[in-house]
Design a protein around this ligand. Sequence first.
Ligand code: CP3
Length: 348
Amino acid sequence: MPYSEQSDLFLRACRRQPVERTPVWFMRQAGRYLPEYRALRARHSLLELCRTPELAAEITLFTVKKLGVDAAIIFADLLLPAQAMGMELEFVEGEGPVLSEPIRAAEDLARLHLPADGELRCVAEAIRAVCTDLGGKLPVIGFCGAPFTLASYMIEGGASRDFLETKRLMFHQPALWDELVNQLVKVLSDFLRSQVAAGAAALQIFDSWVGCLGPEDYRRYVLPGTRALLTNACALGVPVIHFGTGTASLLELMREAGGDVIGVDWRVELDDAWRRIGHDVAIQGNLDPTLLFGPVDQLRERVERILRQAAGRPGHIFNLGHGVLPGTPVENVLSVVEMVHRFSATTA
Ligand code: CP3
């Protein structure tokens, strides 16, 4: 079992302290590409898995024990808080998440409520179970969506290509947008607090779709809410990763919004991105997840290229630029863990 047992490697890297080798974990490391996950998923819906702490803990644990990564991300879903606020959530086969009666007007927002006591407790309970099992050998990452990305699902009612309804609400009803964002900041701050209280040693804020905005709109519609959430998260005393995709034009603004670590995707060069956000903040990324399908030689070349760009500077956490895709060969994911560990240990 390649179980890593490097409890503080990841946390030290988040704080830009020196490490013997570069820590690595993967967004969506627990998912459909794993046979163990598919077996459980055949018997339970995704929401059942997320809402049953023993099952969510089991998925988190078999994943890290199999992969030998340096951090465990709690198995949950970004949309749970929307459901806890009163929206009906369903995962439709082949279509992804569907939230019925999306938020388009003041009446829709008025229907939302703060999560009832205990509504999101399943995530904290799963974190507690994982921490107990790991006994401090690996850090557990808690997470939530950033206000923009979560709001986009609540407004679109599901996944979107153009974010038409989201932008329409933002541009045409800015006061309503601000009100929605403020509500989300409150709910998500409490949610993160409960995760840290349960034992999460780091947090990641997923602003997965914020790259659909230009800098001016980011500054007006996104930065204030995200900064408020990140300020609250950082006050919890654990390192906070601020992640987005398609953010090449937004990196400086994301840095301004906050976080101890900025997560970047493959559309930017890691060294270039790091220079732009400044070497006084840590960076996470940024292998293109589709490379995991390819020949191992090419994969190794690209992994080493990223590590050379990081140049052994303290504060790099190796990850993909976005999540592991369904159908990814498991052996290639295992190979990347080994490549990162081996190459970074010999060049550190
Ligand atoms: O990273 C991990 O291993 C932890 C688990 C995790 C899940 N979702 C479980 C999941 C995490 C961190 C998420 C975050 C999440 N969920 C995000 C942000 C990260 C990203 O990829 O940008 C977003 C946008 C969501 C919303 C969501 N949930 C989408 C768009 C989908 C895909 C729908 C589909 O059918 O492809 C999901 C489903 C989901 N969440 C799955 C898993 C393992 C797969 C669905 C299944 O098992 O049927």
